[in-house]
Write a protein that binds this ligand. Structure first.
Ligand SMILES: Cc1cc2nc3c(=O)[nH]c(=O)nc-3n(C[C@H](O)[C@H](O)[C@H](O)COP(=O)(O)O)c2cc1C
Length: 236
């Protein structure tokens, strides 16, 4: 209907010019037709970009620490998802011993929110991550991480609360999410040696079972869940 009205009006406008030269009139009509068609397609399939542009997109900085690649996998999934949501994203691995370089490279200063990723090292994050967190005063922060154990959500929550406590008081904690991450083969060999010394020990057998359960993680479900939690926390 909208197309019809605009088309009729545009036809009348061309007719109203009184152009008698057929070629001039045809060319003008064609130009108007293309413009009208573009306008109408814009109405049908979404407004043209010059109408819908909503100002600059959101900017996020992802900073992560990963020794064997699990947390890197999560960081990259978050990067892909935020880019797909039209955000500007810088994803940077935390440089050992150089907090300022990491923070600069990730553009933390101008970021709308900072996503910090860590691997669980003896119940908490590494010192490199703790150093970065200490610099995030006044920032909106989302935490993500991976850990070798992970049978219960309370376990992840406890780790997240410990890492969150390393943020300055004026940082705004937006939330966090974790998943299990596979461990190196040497860990299983150590457990096996322990079990050989204490055959039938249920605790050690549980650790071996957990090692095996962690092998496929992070999997697609883990990545999807963490991405979903992050997008919700960021309001995307
Ligand atoms: C030295 C060391 C200490 C670890 N400490 C813990 C721990 O306390 N709790 C836990 O659940 N996992 C622990 N893990 C397992 C890792 O957190 C887990 O495998 C993680 O996914 C590794 O992440 P990355 O691949 O990004 O380095 C430890 C691993 C290493 C190598």
């Amino acid at each position: 209907m909208r197309l019809f009205v605009v088309w009729v009006l545009s036809s009348k406008a061309v007719a109203g010019t009184g152009m008698t030269e057929l070629s001039v009139c045809d060319t003008a009509k064609r130009v108007v037709w293309v413009a009208v068609r573009r306008f109408h397609l814009g109405c049908l399939y979404g407004e043209p970009s010059w109408i819908t542009r909503k100002g600059p997109s959101m900017r996020y900085a992802i900073l992560y620490n990963s020794a064997s690649g699990n947390t890197k996998q999560v960081a990259e999934a978050l990067e892909r998802a935020l880019r797909a949501a039209n955000a500007e994203v810088a994803c940077v691995q935390i440089a050992p011993g150089d907090t300022c370089a990491t923070i600069d490279a990730a553009g933390v200063e101008g970021a709308d929110a900072v996503l910090v990723g860590f691997w669980c090292d003896k119940g908490t994050c590494t010192q490199e991550v703790a150093d970065v967190l200490a610099e995030l005063g006044g920032k909106r922060v989302f935490l993500f991480g991976t850990a070798g154990f992970g049978g219960a959500p309370e376990y992840f929550e406890r780790i997240l609360m410990g890492v969150r406590a390393k943020l300055p008081e004026d940082a705004e904690y937006l939330g966090g999410a974790m998943c299990q991450g596979k461990m190196g083969a040497g860990v299983r060999r150590r457990y096996e040696a322990m079990l050989a010394e204490k055959p039938g020990d249920a605790r050690i057998q549980g650790m071996i079972d957990n090692f095996d359960a962690a092998l496929p993680h992070p999997d697609d479900d883990d990545l999807g869940r963490i991405v979903q939690t992050a997008k919700q926390a960021l309001g995307l």
